[in-house]
Design a binder for this molecule. Structure first.
Ligand code: BGC
Length: 709
């Protein structure tokens, strides 16, 4: 790919903020820091610009010292790190001779993977919250703990847009829409970096499946890369000021992601103005020559390729310029200067400094905001205290989470059983669900039966199907369990603790369906508060739940190849374009109250709508704006694309006016021929409502002299 300019204006119009200056967190004014004495080490002078300081120290470094900075030097790092309190995912020892401090790095996107930590709800639950301020709080919570575990960098957030619902890491990202993902990635990064920890946004540029992930060759057209997969990275860098970016596994259009100069140099640095450093995913580097010449600064988890022997040989053979090595070293040093790493003390690994109560509150409230009420037949929810409840399924007792680098070992956890028992004010029984007849019997004896259904996700494997039968093979046939319980008790509610969509052949036979995602360590408290109506159900789907497996836009590629033939029609764009009715559409989520949308005002620079709470309870609406861009045979456009949303809490009878600003980028498509963002002349269709399929308000505006009929 080549270097191109983007139109001015924030990527996420409604949320655009200025690019965050690199957030140095200097200690109180001191003349000597761990960097050293300014008289002996001029690069320790904090009044100089980061670039200058990096240049000064670089000039004093030996070739071996430069290369030593270009990789992690902890052989137990990477996936093996994080198992105990002092085990960082990666480290670099720094250069004591010159006062270059060490770097400590931890995973990850759902909490710190280093000993015990606060297990936040999975990032997909955060996405269901449809709330950028929640993302800032999430990032801040992870970074605060990472810092007090002695880390300088955190690997996160994961911002890969979901292509196939079977992706084994669907829980780890922000779902299927680039606008929603971008609107969360930037505040996550800002929130985290304000805590004095750098973030590493991952995995650039396209990473959508676990099957064959180390060697997958992805064929993706440029428009799709630009419109679907890159925007969350762009927002993290341009709006969030991310310090580092992690390139992923596999090849995109024949080029290994960690040696794709068009992306790492052209787009990331050239177009987006990234001045941090790039790091590889763990074992993603194929060749020292390919990566060193194409924008990769740091190899993780060790210098398998970025080591003195191979890199010096490459330089002596003329395959890599010394200037390239210097450039990578400079990028790392510059970032460390810019973020104040030289000028502050090391972050101590001292858990006593972590305010666990604040983290627990964040984990609970983020989960509450993300719990998504999909079905509520006959108003079975909220539950009434005093009604006997039967809890069925191991998810009522166990902590359900994804596996891999986003798995967090919680400090402690509140199971759904504990949370509901504390709130129910009546008998609460439990059956693990392995014996379907015993489960049905327990359900029969209670007023309400709640079945907890789980799937199993993590790195290395994609889900082999979307049903609950094979979704969590060890748990037996959960579809049959739900059907049996529903037959035994008319007030059956299913709570899904899954990392992504599942098929629900029983959907019409249960009265309530709640997506709790992987709920984090405060699962029980958050769930009880939503189920009993202490807070409104305010999550909305960040991905589509299909009726049938074959309805999904894509399956994971096999045989080391994935051809993205769906193009830009990812997620709901596919269902809309094909006219397929999903089980539950993107953006869907019920509240315990009702809302009316009215007073639509439309212009090319913004859309305004009034939302009124028409029910008897306080509740939270999430009005969503979708645009249909003018479609041409040469550039077909998805029927609708999310371009704005807002979470609004309203007392009964109250209204709020919501404005969705639009800028050129909101209207632009990627013109592959011109290699640029373009706003097409024509009519732009506007639709506003409660989900991608519940859009009571429609309008239109013209651009480029076009009028709308
Ligand atoms: C994952 C990364 C992670 C790294 C270190 C890799 O397997 O893909 O996301 O940061 O391991 O644990």
């Amino acid at each position: 790919m080549r270097i191109r300019r983007v139109p001015a204006g924030g990527l996420v119009a409604a949320l655009a903020g200025g690019a965050l200056a690199f957030g140095a967190v200097p200690s109180a004014a001191r003349t000597d820091t761990r960097c050293g004495n300014v008289a002996e080490r001029p690069w320790c002078d904090r009044s100089l610009a980061p670039d200058r300081r990096a240049g000064l120290v670089l000039a004093k470094m030996t070739d071996d010292e430069k290369i030593a900075l270009l990789s992690s030097d902890d052989p137990l790092g990477g996936p093996l790190g994080g198992f105990w309190d002092g085990a960082h995912a990666d480290t670099n020892a720094g250069i004591a001779r010159l006062g270059v401090p060490p770097l400590y790095i931890a995973d990850g996107p759902a909490g710190v993977r280093q000993g015990n930590a606060t297990a936040l709800p999975a990032p997909i639950a955060l996405a269901a919250g449809f709330d950028p301020s929640g993302a800032a709080r999430y990032g801040a919570t992870v970074a605060w703990e990472a810092r007090h575990r002695g880390n300088d960098v955190i690997f996160g957030p994961t911002v890969d847009v979901l292509r196939t619902p079977r992706d084994g890491r669907s829980f780890e990202g922000f779902g299927e829409d680039p606008y929603l993902s971008a609107s969360l990635s930037a505040p996550w990064v800002e929130g985290a970096q304000r805590q004095g920890v750098m973030t590493s946004v991952k995995h650039l540029a396209v990473y959508t499946q676990e099957t064959d992930r180390l060697s997958l060759d992805m064929t993706v057209d440029e428009r799709t890369i630009r419109e679907i997969y890159l925007p969350p990275f762009e927002a993290a860098v341009r709006d969030g000021g991310a310090a580092t970016v992690m390139c992923g596994f596999g090849k995109v259009n024949g080029r290994w992601a960690c040696e794709d100069g068009g992306v790492l140099n052209g787009i990331l640095r050239g177009e987006w103005g990234f001045t941090g450093f790039t790091a590889s995913d763990h074992t993603a580097v194929q060749s020292e020559v390919g990566s060193a010449n194409n924008g990769l600064d740091m190899e993780l988890p060790i210098g398998a390729k970025y080591n003195a022997w191979l890199l010096k040989r490459a330089v002596s053979q003329g395959k890599v310029e010394q200037a390239a090595i210097d450039g990578h070293t400079r990028a790392i040093l510059r970032t460390m200067f810019a973020f104040g790493v030289f000028d502050r003390d090391a972050h101590p690994n001292d858990l006593a400094r972590v305010d666990r109560t604040a983290s627990e509150t964040a984990a609970r409230e983020i989960e509450e905001a993300g719990i998504t009420l999909l079905r509520n037949s006959g108003g079975v929810l909220p539950l009434r205290a005093g009604d006997p409840v039967a809890l069925i399924g191991h998810g009522a007792r166990d902590t359900i989470s994804g596996a891999g680098s986003a798995r967090v070992q919680p400090f402690s956890s509140v199971s759904p059983e504990r949370g509901i028992t504390a709130r129910a004010g009546a008998s609460v029984t439990y059956a693990d669900g392995r014996d379907t007849r015993a489960a049905a019997e327990a359900a029969r004896k209670a007023k309400v039966a709640i079945v907890f259904a789980t799937d199993s996700e993590g790195e290395f494997i994609d889900r082999s199907c979307l049903t609950l039968r094979c979704g969590d093979a060890l748990r037996g046939d959960q579809d049959a369990l739900i059907s049996a319980v529903a037959a035994a008790n008319p007030n059956t509610i299913v709570v899904l603790e899954t990392g992504g969509p599942v098929l629900m052949p029983w959907a019409d036979r249960v009265r309530g369906i709640v997506a709790a995602w992987y709920p984090g360590q405060q699962a029980g408290t958050a769930l009880a508060r939503v189920l009993y109506g202490d807070v409104d159900a305010s999550g909305r789907l960040p991905l589509t739940f299909p009726v049938d497996e074959k309805d999904a836009p894509a399956v994971p590629g096999t045989g080391k190849k994935a051809v993205f033939s769906e193009g830009v029609n990812v997620g709901y764009r596919h269902y809309d374009a094909q006219g397929i009715t999903p089980r539950y559409p993107f953006g869907h989520g019920l509240s315990y109250t009702t809302f009316r949308y009215g007073d639509l005002k439309v212009s090319p620079s913004g859309v305004q709508v009034t939302v009124t709470n028409t029910g008897a309870r306080a509740g939270t609406a999430v009005p969503q704006l979708y645009l249909g861009l003018p479609s041409r045979a040469s550039v077909p456009q998805p029927p609708r694309q999310l371009k704005g949303y807002k979470k609004v809490a309203l007392a009964p009878g109250r209204s709020a006016t919501v404005t969705f600003p639009l800028n050129d980028r909101s209207l632009a498509y990627w013109d592959t021929g011109a290699d640029a963002w373009k706003v097409a002349p024509g009519c732009y269709r506007v639709a506003v409502g409660a989900s991608s399929r519940d859009l009571p308000l429609t309008g239109a505006f013209g651009r480029g002299g076009a009028s709308c009929r």
